[in-house]
Design a protein around this ligand. Structure first.
Ligand code: ADP
Ligand code: MG
Length: 307
């Protein structure tokens, strides 16, 4: 096709879906869909190709007003709608701005501001987690009550991930399988301890280094949320578990919680749940974690709450 090709994962998954499956049809229509949205939003492909993510398609482009943007196409309309709800609520503060959106049954398109230079965070370049903390403070300052649209709760997201990761467990050690019950119990305890008076906020939900891009003043800008509404400590625990800036995980949780004036005990419980999900996923799939974390360290922390 005249545009850069989609990721290998996408090509493979669409291949399994051929012929006639939804993903396969979406892929086949991709060149036409790209051109249609470029025309509709008066944008032009810059000619560059970006490293593609997992199941979406991203194309760098330039808008009529000269601004750099990214056209992001996805076969997952519901997921894209949720991303759009979150990006509009942040309105460019801590996350990329949403410039235009379109949702169809067969897929969705978002036009978002481009982060320049936009390379992924290298956590070791942020040795005390200050830049992550500063981005987190901006992300978690939106009260749930001012989010327009429907999003799941943070705990619903966590429980869904724990359940989805269970399919990886059979290939891992029996001792890990036994800990799954402990993790479910921990998630239930976190749910029971939810403070009904506490302010629920908009959560990003997937703060690994690949979703934290470096902007022009070295500040971090979040992309690609899996958004939810819940306690700010959930995003703090997620960011601490997914990025290793050279301290052990307990220290990272404490540093971020202090910087965000949040409850560090709560953040630690959320970090254990994030560490479990991430640790299981990366151990089972062998996929390299973007934030330089060690899956073994994650699983140890998830189980014992220390290191
Ligand atoms: N707004 C943006 N500015 C700069 N680069 C971006 C932007 N959005 C996405 N990218 C690039 O495209 C890649 C994939 O985008 P992402 O939204 O994370 O998709 P995925 O859901 O596939 O992870 C990112 O890792 C990044 O390199
Ligand atoms: Mg991503």
């Amino acid at each position: 096709m005249r545009f850069p090709p989609p990721s290998k994962t996408l090509l493979e998954q669409a291949g399994e879906d051929a012929p006639g499956g939804q993903l396969w049809s979406w892929m086949r229509a991709l060149p036409e869909t790209i051109q249609r949205y470029l025309n509709r939003w008066r944008a032009e492909w810059t000619g560059e190709s970006l490293r593609q993510g997992y199941l979406g398609y991203v194309l760098p482009c330039r808008c009529r007003d000269g601004n750099a943007a990214i056209l992001k196409l996805s076969p997952d309309t519901h997921g894209a709608e949720e991303q759009a709800i979150a990006l509009s609520a942040w309105a460019g503060d801590g996350a990329v701005p949403l410039l235009a959106q379109s949702f169809e049954e067969t897929g969705a398109a978002l036009l978002i501001g481009r982060v320049v230079p936009g390379v992924a965070l290298r956590p070791l370049d942020d040795p005390s987690g200050e830049r992550i903390a500063s981005c987190l403070k901006r992300l978690t300052h939106i009260p749930a009550s001012s989010v327009r649209g429907s999003l799941p709760s943070g705990l619903e997201r966590l429980n869904a991930l724990i359940a989805a990761n269970a399919r990886h467990l059979h290939g891992l050690s029996p001792s890990l399988q036994r800990h799954q019950d402990g993790i479910i119990a921990l998630a239930n305890t976190v749910a029971r301890n939810l403070d009904p008076q506490a302010r629920a906020v908009l959560l990003h939900g997937d703060l690994h280094a690949g979703n934290l891009l470096v902007g022009g003043k070295k500040e971090l800008v979040a992309i690609d949320p899996t958004p939810a509404l819940g306690e700010s400590e959930q995003d703090i625990g997620d960011a601490a578990a997914k990025n290793d800036w050279g301290q052990d995980l307990s220290t990272r949780v404490r540093q971020l919680a202090e910087a965000c004036q949040a409850d560090s005990t709560k953040a630690a419980a959320y970090a254990r749940l994030a560490a479990w999900n991430s640790g299981i996923f990366h151990t089972a799939t062998g996929a390299e974690p973007p934030g330089g974390v060690d899956p073994e360290e994650l699983l140890k922390y998830a189980i014992t709450g220390s290191r």
